[in-house]
Design a protein around this ligand. Structure first.
Ligand SMILES: Nc1ncnc2c1ncn2[C@@H]1O[C@H](COP(=O)(O)OP(=O)(O)O)[C@@H](O)[C@H]1O
Ligand SMILES: [Mg+2]
Length: 212
């Protein structure tokens, strides 16, 4: 699903990584580890088409990143899902409205409130659908972000330290839901410092950072 080939990235004079090649298939969860500043978030951004490599290529479902054709647009709109350390919700919008952002972005699900309600239930937030995001705890907000992914069903899920701001119970819930998304066909990449996240992953990719 994700194919990275001979990727090279620098920030100023620092080489973040050089000749990086890897694949992530559907159903896999890959832990991206390395010290702070190694480039984990940058690599997620490159996979997510928010940043670009200085050299090398990335394909999502066979489609080359950076393309301007219809398939490349479809990939950007429908195939990529994000989970952030700080949840990435719109604070003043309701739980259901935050989830429906995915419907607008992934047009196939437009007009399917049943699906939104089912996702709210699935992440344990039944009865909270009309609360505003800022009224929820961190763990609850991250579960809203997961409900959004359950509705959108992206093929690629990029999670940047998604459990580092959460207590153990919520962290486990989040990882269980990510496992479920992988089991139903997503390729999942999680940047993490947490050993429990790494232990649950199918594979680990280490970024060590180096001075160039
Ligand atoms: N927008 C940017 N402009 C310049 N340097 C950046 C930018 N974003 C991150 N960096 C630098 O790139 C390196 C990698 O950062 P990052 O990908 O956030 O690492 P990690 O997520 O592994 O902690 C760091 O040295 C950071 O200071
Ligand atoms: Mg980071």
């Amino acid at each position: 699903m994700i194919e990275v080939r001979s990727a090279h990235k620098r920030r100023g004079r620092r080489v973040l990584w050089h000749d990086l090649t890897f694949d992530v298939d559907r159903g896999e969860t890959v832990a991206l580890i390395g010290p702070s500043g190694a480039g984990k978030s940058t690599l997620l951004d490159c996979i997510g088409h928010l940043d670009t490599f200085d050299a090398g290529t990335i394909r999502i479902d066979g489609v080359l990143a950076g393309g301007t054709g219809r398939r490349a647009r479809l990939v950007r709109r429908h195939h990529l899902g994000y989970l952030f350390q700080d949840f990435g919700l719109v604070p003043d919008m309701t739980v259901e409205a935050n989830i429906d952002i995915a419907r607008v972005a992934g047009r196939t699900h437009l007009g399917d409130p049943v699906r939104t309600a089912a996702a709210v239930d699935r992440v344990g937030l039944a009865g909270r659908a009309t609360d505003r995001a800022h009224e929820l705890s961190g763990g609850e907000q991250q579960r809203v972000a997961l409900a959004r992914l359950l509705v959108k069903r992206p093929d690629v899920i990029l999670a940047d330290e998604p459990t580092s701001a959460l207590d153990a119970v919520n962290a486990t819930m989040v990882l269980d839901l990510l496992d479920e998304l992988a089991a139903t066909g997503a390729a999942v990449v999680i940047a993490t410092h947490a050993v429990d996240v790494e232990a649950r992953a199918t594979r680990t990719i280490s970024l060590f950072g180096s001075d160039g």
